[in-house]
Write a protein that binds this ligand. Structure first.
Ligand SMILES: [Zn+2]
Ligand SMILES: [Zn+2]
Length: 130
């Protein structure tokens, strides 16, 4: 038991010492990213939310400050490559509007769509997905 509480104390001491360093790092990183011209970018890299689990997106980061500058994916419906502001997401407002208009919405909550497909000009209706 004594060993356990010693380990707990060490962990708490570590967390206490680590906090201001983390905060200082985050502040400096934010400043760097805000003032960086982002002139040199990495190649497109697949983005992963965990090992072996792709998010379905590719990203480009700034080589100097590591800020994400571009992201791209494929439209869930038509498959067209879409990037940055071309990527449209599902919103509950869209679902409400579609219901009011008596339409069936064909979008997945986590889906990414081109402007054409998200505005209902889908060539392949599926079913309402919540
Ligand atoms: Zn940068
Ligand atoms: Zn599309």
């Amino acid at each position: 038991m004594a060993e356990q509480s010693e380990a707990k104390n060490l962990l708490e001491e570590y967390e206490t010492k680590k906090k201001p360093i983390d905060e200082d790092y985050q502040r400096k990183l934010s400043e760097l990213q805000a003032n960086c011209p982002h002139t040199k970018l990495t190649d497109w890299m697949d983005e992963w939310w965990a090992l072996g689990h792709s998010t379905g997106y590719s990203v480009q980061h700034c080589k100097n400050c590591d800020k994400e500058i571009h992201r791209r994916t494929s439209c869930y419906i038509c498959g067209r490559s879409i990037q940055d502001e071309e990527i449209k997401k599902f919103s509950t407002e869209m679902l409400k509007k579609a219901r009011e208009e008596g339409k069936t919405l064909v979008l997945a909550v986590n889906g990414a769509y081109c402007a054409n497909c998200i505005s209902g000009h889908s060539p392949a209706p599926v079913s309402e997905v919540i």
